[in-house]
Design a protein around this ligand. Sequence first.
Ligand code: DAH
Length: 348
Amino acid sequence: MSLKDRLSELLNQGLEDLKSTSEQDELNELRVHLLGKKGPITKVLRGMKDLSPEERPVVGSFANEVRDRLQEAIDARKEEIDQKLLTVKLEKEKIDVTLPGKPAARGNAHVIQQIIDQIEDLFLGMGYQVLSGPEVEEDRYNFEMMNLPKDHPARDMQDTFYITKDILMRTQTSPMQARTMEKHDFSKGPLKMISPGVVYRRDTDDPTHSHQFHQVEGLVIDKHVTMADLKGTLELVAHELFGDRFDVRLRPSYFPFTEPSVEADITCFNCGGKGCAVCKHTGWIEVLGAGMVHPNVLKMAGVDSDIYGGFAFGLGPDRFAMLKYGVDDIRNFYLDDERFLNQFSMKG
Ligand code: DAH
């Protein structure tokens, strides 16, 4: 058989064999066999040395053509196999977009956070800043600059977790008063801020005590701020959180950082002021501490107390939530029990 015939035969055989390949490995093997150095075509080409000089270029170019055609056929086959694999894969991974979806579980803000959000919205609307401060605080801010020097008996009102002699877990958000006053540039206008956050006390947990709870501090410092401004502001808070029929009453009290100091009561939510067991038959419920900022506190924060003054208040969102929703155990807020928390879902 002439070399040319042999090449034709190899081509036909190769094309035939290609048709039956169905996987990439198989195809690769066949390619190496047909076109590789040890393959039949190379072998045929080796025999060319015995050909006459006229025949050599003819057979040579035919051999190249055979190689090219085989290579093309291999490439085409590879493409076909790829396509087939892709189709199978797509078929296997097909998504049925008509299947009904599983509803994703949606959480909601913690009930205390909901109260804080409401308070923030109210005060933001009145041009207050909302600030947060460190929970690990210096004794200096938490007590000293709040007019509670070391050994002051009123420190006993707040049992404290100390970290070192001078560093503690803040027992109140009041240190934010000192922190903001000392930074404020009064030539640019009054200071109006609230500061919500968590505070800590070395209390034994029981239905009305938690070693961790929330406070929202409020502070307004300007020229000519009066107690009437304080009362009006607290009335707005009561109306916003509880409703318009709630009144506020101020009673004299004592806090080291305010003078005069007051405790604010609101109309008993349970009896509407008529008197019941919840309000101990007074018609009022105590909700927060407040007062006019003590001149010492102003001075220690570098504020001229002859020109500037103002009011401060500290309210407890936990207590607000307990009153508003009739929760009788503060610990519920910190136990992460979904059966409790889901009752305050905002999903409507
Ligand atoms: N810091 C006080 C407390 O934890 C609450 C308080 C009372 C804050 C009177 C004030 C205030 O700003 O004027 O018991």
